[in-house]
Design a protein around this ligand. Structure first.
Ligand code: DX5
Ligand code: ZN
Length: 226
């Protein structure tokens, strides 16, 4: 499977969000990453279902929502109705993780599970068979434009090894500080989907996305799994 690139709209220009969405889609984005923050789980406020609903008709590219909220279980239906294709929830949020994953599946969209940098991979293991993706954060969530935490690379490798050993179809996504210099590192470690905000938006979207994909593919080619 080819590496997937998920541009994060958090770094887009919101005064012309529609154009930026179309540009990223035309440039070959595999999914569009939507960072949802509630000002409580993380100290920032961003987008909600209203924005998802307004960009949904602009593209067929899957919308990948990353919920950085304290109570993700309260928003499952609203995001599904707004048109997201998957909903990724933090294991550190205040919820019954298994019940939220089931609720996401029940509304007909794809569940994902996220781990903060401080959370060990083993915490995700009991849920891995029930989610379609596991997101390994390579920055502390809350803001785009932060520096990549290289000390998280062994966790990506650990996730890759576990998923392969168990024969799971769970995709491994990484998010935070992914640019042309760090993309090869995470791709080599075994990431399937690379989220990038400030590495792609707001200008030269096509050039940035293509350069990121090339860099990631080089990284993957240098690993044993191509
Ligand atoms: C951080 C968000 C990321 C962020 C990535 O809390 O989850 O998706 O937008 O932005 P960059 O790629 O600039 O680190
Ligand atoms: Zn994100």
């Amino acid at each position: 499977m080819a590496i997937k690139i998920a541009p994060s709209l958090l770094s887009a220009r919101f005064d012309r969000l529609g154009d930026q969405v179309r540009e990223a889609a035309d440039a070959g984005a595999d999914m569009l990453h939507i960072d949802v923050m509630d000002g409580h789980f993380v100290p920032n406020l961003t987008m909600g279902p209203v924005i998802v609903k307004s960009i949904r008709p602009l593209t067929k590219v899957p919308l990948d929502a990353h919920l950085m909220v304290t109570h993700p279980q309260d928003f499952v239906k609203a995001f599904a109705d707004a048109g997201v294709d998957d909903l990724t929830v933090h294991i550190e949020s205040d919820h019954d993780v298994r019940a939220t994953i089931r609720a996401i599946r029940d509304v007909g969209i794809s569940p994902g599970l996220v781990l903060n940098p401080a959370t060990p991979f083993e915490k995700a293991i009991p849920f891995l068979g029930d989610v379609d993706l596991v997101l390994v954060m390579t920055v502390h969530p809350g803001f785009s434009g932060q520096a990549f935490q290289a000390d998280i690379v062994p966790k990506i490798r650990e996730a890759r090894r576990y998923v392969d050993k168990e024969g799971l179809a769970t995709e491994i996504q990484v998010d935070g500080g992914i640019k042309v210099d760090t993309a090869p590192i995470v791709a080599e470690a075994g990431a399937d989907i690379l989220v990038s905000g400030s590495g792609i938006f707001p200008d030269r979207i096509r050039e940035n996305l293509m350069a990121l994909r090339r860099a990631a593919e080089k990284g993957r080619a240098s690993s044993k799994r191509v």
